[in-house]
Ligand binder design. Structure first.
Ligand SMILES: [Fe+2]
Ligand SMILES: [Fe+2]
Length: 135
């Protein structure tokens, strides 16, 4: 069962970014399901890697579009992205060295940061980007 679902309340009103956010949600859900199923550490590490690299790709994409449209909140938004990447990379490192087991609280943390970042930070660019024709 999926841990959380993307629905229209998470929409940032930019089609490509909604699609990318759905993929992020899917990866967090996969991590949750794999953990529940007791999948091997290597397979979980693979999903975690995919989540990290997809997050980076998505963040770069948002930053590129914000920059191209001279979004005034770019620097602050970028700092939030860097902060999140650091946190998740730290998890991965701890997971790899065995000092952290993927628990439900970690998965909750990951789903919360995806959700909270979309709701509190990404949604701030919606009206601005829409007004520039980015939809
Ligand atoms: Fe985003
Ligand atoms: Fe973002």
């Amino acid at each position: 069962m999926a841990l959380f679902k993307w629905d229209s309340t998470l929409s940032v009103k930019v089609k490509d970014f909604d699609t990318e956010h759905q993929k992020l949600v899917e990866l967090v859900n996969r991590l949750h399901d794999d953990m529940k199923l007791g999948k091997a550490k290597e397979s979980i590490a693979g999903v975690l890697d995919e989540l990290i690299s997809y997050t980076q790709t998505h963040f770069r994409h948002e930053e590129k579009v914000m920059q191209a449209n001279s979004y005034p909140g770019l620097l602050q938004h970028k700092a939030e992205h860097e902060n999140l990447i650091c946190q998740v990379a730290e998890f991965k490192q701890k997971f790899d060295t065995g000092s952290l087991t993927l628990s439900i609280s970690i998965i909750n943390f990951l789903s919360d940061w995806v959700k909270n970042h979309i709701m509190a930070v990404d949604k701030q660019y919606s009206d601005f980007l829409n007004s520039k024709g980015v939809k």
